[in-house]
Write a protein that binds this ligand. Structure first.
Ligand SMILES: Cc1ncc(COP(=O)(O)O)c(C=O)c1O
Length: 482
């Protein structure tokens, strides 16, 4: 291929990240089309006046992000699925496509394309035509059966397929559940008071409509800042509760006027702590006493490395806990496939709400996932990825111990990210900006806190190749001390 326009500011540092960014822009703007072959790393390095290693690093990063594919013998090309709609939205909105900096994303370069294609092909060649009609808004029975079995086996969940609803990921699951709870248990919100007809008999005894009500929802502090707008939009008024070394402080929760609590017991986001057995029992006891619901966000529970498997909270109290999970970390977030398991009455209301909102999830992908689970493809993929992520985690932890011993590393027993407590005086924002220039997936914990806390960052290791860890951490140390 001919010349490639890649603007560089040699004085700014982070040259590999600049090359990656220039190439990403070229793909997003359509200057590079799917299938286009890129120059060899040697040629591009010579054109740009940088070392070959810089270009190799940029190519590797873009392969991990799914923009490029690299095959022995045919060089590096723009990935078939890399199209211009990956571009950030115009205006001052936050870009949706921030895969590079998301600490919890999996390595999408390892998405099992061939095996997923086979599962889709099998689904399309075997399902009857009328299976393509509007289905049950709660999901196809085949997938609900498979997932119920999987969650019982792997997460020690207590699941009847009738109480499992297929959703478009944990995010949609939480939206639906909160919407239903706000309607059922919430205080009236603005515009819900008197003066409206009540053809469906939904007003409570005081004549108020539950619909659109506001629900007191306890959340972990710190908590995922990306989820906050979603929770509020679904009707939740947030009541922050501190997280310590054993997870959510249940004693503090008792002081909050909450009707529900949202927790990440398997691997707290972002601190990475695991909810202790005593706290689990106390949380269930609180829910029973307060007649409240626990929402269990099981977002990355497939990935456990050293410690014994920890079953989900839902298995301890299926009458009180709603379990939400998805394939976003195991396969890919873009599939938008997840599940919610709820006590029977709530499950019925969630399924009804899903039908009223949008009539349910795409069926072909549901059949494909059911087949992938049934044939063992899902388990095999997870086993392989667990091994790989463990190697990457170990490399990152080793590099941190060697080059940044003043940083405390937490939450590495599970999931795809670690939480780094920074030394006093280190600025979170500067660490994040510097680490991102080096291609690390890092997020500041500060914006996730309700109450002030020590500086910390969440760092993802799923896309950090083993051979790059030491160099990236060494360089981070160098730049932070400069
Ligand atoms: C803590 C946490 N919960 C939930 C989600 C959303 O997952 P899903 O893609 O299943 O909606 C994420 C995504 O990164 C997450 O980090």
């Amino acid at each position: 291929m001919g010349d490639l326009y890649v603007p560089l500011d040699h004085g700014r540092g982070g040259v590999a990240a600049q090359v990656a960014s220039g190439l990403r822009d070229a793909v997003c703007s359509g200057r590079l089309a799917p299938g286009d072959r890129l120059p060899s790393s040697r040629d591009l390095a010579a054109d740009l006046g940088v070392s070959r290693g810089v270009v190799v690093e940029a190519y590797e990063q873009l392969v991990a992000e799914g923009f490029l594919v690299s095959r022995v013998g045919s060089g590096t090309r723009v990935a078939p699925a890399a199209t211009r709609d990956r571009a950030a939205p115009a205006g001052d909105q936050e870009p949706y496509h921030d895969y590079q900096s998301r600490a919890t994303s999996p390595d999408l370069g390892h998405f099992p394309r061939e095996r997923w294609l086979a599962a889709l092909r099998h689904a399309l060649t075997t399902i009857p035509s009328d299976a393509l009609d509007y289905g049950d808004p709660g999901g196809i029975p085949e997938l609900r059966e498979e997932l119920a079995g999987y969650l019982r086996r792997v997460r020690a969940a207590d699941v009847d397929p009738a109480n499992l609803i297929i959703v478009g990921g944990v995010a949609q699951g939480l939206s639906l559940v909160l919407h239903v709870l706000a309607e059922r248990d919430g205080r009236p919100g603005r515009g819900d008071r008197e003066g409206r007809a009540d053809p469906e008999g939904r007003a409570d005894r005081a004549g108020r409509f539950g619909r659109g009500g506001r629900l007191g929802l306890a959340v972990e502090d710190p908590t995922s800042h990306r989820q906050v707008p979603l929770l509020r939009r679904a009707g939740a008024d947030l009541l922050p509760v501190p997280v310590d070394e054993r997870g959510l402080d249940v004693a503090a929760l008792r002081d909050r006027p909450a009707r529900a609590v949202l927790v990440t017991p398997a691997h707290q986001y972002p601190t990475g702590v695991v909810l202790s057995p005593a706290r689990r029992a106390a949380l269930v006891e609180w829910a029973r006493e307060a007649d409240a619901i626990v929402l269990e966000d099981d977002y990355d529970a497939e990935f456990r490395f050293d410690r014994d498997p920890v079953g989900c909270l839902q298995g301890l109290a299926p009458d009180r806990v709603v379990l939400a999970g998805s394939v976003s970390k195991a396969l890919a977030p873009g599939l938008r496939l997840g599940w919610v398991v709820a006590p029977p009455a709530l499950a019925g209301a969630i399924r009804l709400a899903r039908g009223e909102f949008d009539l349910g999830s795409p069926v072909i992908e549901q059949y494909a996932l059911a087949g992938f689970l049934r044939t063992g493809g899902y388990d095999r993929h997870l086993r392989r990825m667990r091994r790989e992520y463990r190697r990457r985690r170990d490399a990152l932890v080793r590099a941190l111990a060697e080059h940044l011993p003043e940083v405390r590393v937490r939450g590495i027993e599970a999931g795809l990210h670690a939480c780094l407590d920074l030394p006093a005086g280190w600025d979170e924002g500067r660490v994040v900006a510097t680490a991102r220039e080096l291609g690390l997936a890092v997020e500041a914990v500060g914006p996730m806190r309700f109450a002030p806390g020590r500086p910390a960052v969440a760092v993802g290791f799923s896309r950090l190749p083993v051979h790059r860890a030491a160099e990236a951490v060494r360089e981070l140390k160098l730049r932070m001390s400069g």
